[in-house]
Design a protein around this ligand. Sequence first.
Ligand code: 6PG
Length: 472
Amino acid sequence: MPSADIGLIGLAVMGSNLALNIAEKGYTVAVHNRTTGRIVEFVATAREQGLAERVVPEADLGEFIRAIRRPRSVIIMVKAGQPVDDMIEQLLPHLEPGDAILECGNSLYTDTDRRFAYLGGKGIGYLGVGVSGGEEGARHGPSIMVGGSRAQWHNAEPVLTAIAAKFNGEPCVAYLGEGGAGHFVKTIHNGIEYGDMQMIAEVYGVMRDGLGMDPAAAADVFKGWNAGPLNSYLIEITGHVLAAVDAPTGKPLVELILDKAGQKGTGAWSAIAAQQLGVPATAIEGAVAARSLSARKPERVAAEAVYGKRAGGRAEVTLAELEQALLAGKIVSYAQGFAVMAEASRAYGWELPLATIARIWRAGCIIRSRFLDQMAAAYAKGDGGNLLLVPDFVALMRGAHPALRKVVAAGAAGEFPLICLSAALSYFDSYRQAQGTANLIQGQRDFFGAHGFEIEGRGAGLHGTWPATIAG
Ligand code: 6PG
């Protein structure tokens, strides 16, 4: 007799924690893993946590599937890419119409679209589920972004609602649309995460190099900021990271960690999606570029040898200005991320619920913050559109952009790299400029390629009588 409410394949850290979370919420979960040793370890952990009675371990894939009540919901938590396709093929012979696969990794949304269509043709539901919150989130309550087969979402909804983070009692889980909608939203979440992290790192750079602050002093500032408008998980953990001391040396840990960071692709996918959709997302793009530049350490070392060390002196900015600059940068970055989702929704026919997305990001996920609660409240009032035009945020931005301007100017004068913050400021200045400079670009395009230009009152597709030859 099938006894499990849901199945889960892939017992690495995220999968194990999700399974324990499910069992803790009173649901019985069948578990399977490619290597049986991992299943044994997982059962031992479940026993230690008093959850073993709601775990059905199965080393055989067929037995695992048969242990799940129909219509089945099977979570797969394996590495994104080919391993997901391989797992789908292994599962297919065992599944029956009406069953569903819930793929919970960080998959490329176009892959999810493809798999959704492929399995739909076989009567099997496919849900691409974005799960944010890291290991702790998976265990105690992540933010869950669901896309794919709507009917099968309803089968899995009680379990996903039970395991999701709660914000003031509201579960941070929602169905966001067909196909790859859930994974797309998770990707943009990560793009915004990149922006937040990069802007924080840039401000840390100004504190360290421009204000001469040691990590402990910077940690105190971030702890203080966490009680204000920047209150968020990422500001909070920044305080902890800066305060950490390396036990063997007694030195601040952050000063021993190499200044090169990796990336797994979601940030770049956000930037690519933004470009493909024709939506400017310069803060996110800047953050991804900065991450890539960080990884090119030998090149940076060589370039410093050529151009010399930063010559600029002290940064003429206050800590209060740095706080406001971060806030302004954050407003721009979120405006861009949400604009990408709005356009994707139109282009892909998803009807992404932007207010709901802000709501389910208020707890559980990596970018959870007070700011998102303000966004959710603004959207709930019906204030849609670009965040920079939403009244509550107009007021915030009016107050904060002068500080961003001052910090970026100090960065340029003092030779501090501020890729993300300066990109945010330039976007803001371009966005609010009614008369831009693309008139010249229209002229250039017509000059070299007869692409035509538009003159108000005279229409589009006009051409200039440019000189046939160019002097010199
Ligand atoms: C989350 C995180 C999570 C993970 C990313 C980090 O929402 O829980 O975003 O998905 O930390 O994979 O990505 P990078 O390795 O690209 O920084």
